[in-house]
Design a protein around this ligand. Structure first.
Ligand code: NAD
Ligand code: TYD
Length: 336
């Protein structure tokens, strides 16, 4: 039985991970440390609330006292908390440095001082962009070349994780995964933004020519990959985790969503491109396959359909998120 400190567990991937873990490891205990930023929403974890193995703590990973107190109580940290949206990092990168870099360092320091293991959840965006002209994919040996302030802050955090391993022998692992999709994703990210806009009768903004390629990973595949890393991963090792799509650009994704919702291409609105927009991401997950037995199991088309259906069935959830109503509720509840 383990006691796991999850940071950022009220966000998209963290909440899916907590749900995944509690169902597969019912004897374990989980503490969810989350600041409840705009992206953190306890509605994502209604089904975990009240379960004996689960506890929520409102707090910031840049608060050294909270971090040290909780790390001391746990066996293992699974670190999701981050500012995660590229467009926000282009507008203002300050919080990205505080949370993603300083917050990660405080967790590492506490893990070192109390001799705990830490798994750090990172992104394929640390490797920069691939061109459409090659078939190359990122792997663990790819050089870091982050292009957005978000990616740069995650790259800095990855370097710190490895530095604590090399210098102090801290037991760490990292996963660098591709773009996740699935239920409870905040509707500022491309897929949930597109679905919810269309459900509201609004057009979908497509940046630039729309020919940007992402390697879509269903969130449950990501959760399972982390589980495998915690079970079998080698300390000091990075694992690249990708999904089942071969190569699908944003326009193709939108056309699939339009078809699923029975709407036409007049709902696509080409808008000004994102500055410094990375053309293509693709991940080679062969190390994870060889060492951990990982392979993505969720077909993109099938789970895109399920994701669209989830947003159709859970309109109150995303309406609250879009209006910010859930924030007011939890701020009153937790006295923020
Ligand atoms: P998210 O934005 O949905 O959730 C982030 C969570 O972290 C929120 O609950 C937020 O309240 C919490 N948080 C933010 N700052 C905090 C702080 N200072 N202290 C405590 N909690 C804080 O993000 P996500 O999409 O679930 O991503 C989770 C992790 O996975 C991130 O580290 C991200 O970089 C990484 N990642 C995400 C994707 C993706 O496609 N979503 C892909 C690759 C890697
Ligand atoms: P996003 O979900 O922001 O993830 P990331 O930038 O981390 O890959 O964006 C996914 C892709 O969709 C990316 O190429 C940018 C594009 N995009 C749009 O075309 N329109 C939008 O409104 C958003 C949010 C993203």
């Amino acid at each position: 039985m383990s006691k796991i400190l999850v940071t950022g567990g009220a966000g998209f991937i963290g909440s899916n991970f907590i749900r995944y873990w509690l169902s597969r490891h019912p004897g374990d205990e989980m503490i969810n440390l989350d600041k409840l930023t705009y992206a953190g929403n306890l509605e994502n974890l209604k089904d975990a609330e009240g379960k004996p193995g689960y506890r929520f703590v409102l707090g910031d990973i840049t608060n050294v006292d909270i971090v040290r107190d909780l790390v001391r109580q746990c066996d293992l940290i699974v670190h999701f908390a981050a500012e995660s949206h590229v467009d926000r990092s282009i507008i203002d990168a300050g919080e990205f440095i505080k949370t993603n870099v300083v917050g990660t360092q405080l967790l590492l320091q506490a893990a070192k001082d109390f001799d705990k293991r830490m798994h750090h959840v990172s992104t394929d965006e640390v490797y920069g962009a691939l061109s459409l002209e090659t078939k190359k994919r990122f792997n663990e040996a790819s050089p870091f070349n982050p292009t957005s302030p978000y990616a740069a802050s995650k790259a800095a955090s990855d370097h710190l994780v490895m530095a604590y391993h090399h210098t102090h022998g801290l037991s760490v692992t990292i996963s660098n995964c591709s773009n996740n999709f699935g239920p409870y994703q905040f509707p500022e990210k491309f897929i949930p933004l597109a679905i919810t806009n269309l459900l509201e009768g609004k057009k979908v903004p497509v940046y630039g020519d729309g020919l940007y390629v992402r390697d879509w990973l269903y969130v449950d595949d990501h959760c399972r990959a982390i589980d495998l890393i915690l079970e079998k991963g080698q300390t000091g090792q990075t694992y690249c985790i990708g999904g089942m799509t071969k190569s699908v650009n944003n326009l193709a994704v939108i056309k699939k969503i339009l078809k699923l919702l029975g709407q036409g291409e007049e709902m696509i609105e080409f808008v000004k491109d994102r500055p410094g927009h990375d053309r293509r991401y693709a991940v080679d997950w062969s190390r994870a396959k060889k060492e951990l037995g990982y392979r993505p199991e969720h077909d993109f088309d099938e789970y895109l359909k399920q994701t669209v259906e989830w947003y159709q069935k859970n309109e109150p959830w995303w309406q609250n998120v879009k209006s910010g109503e859930y924030r007011e509720y939890y701020q009153t509840q937790y006295g923020k």
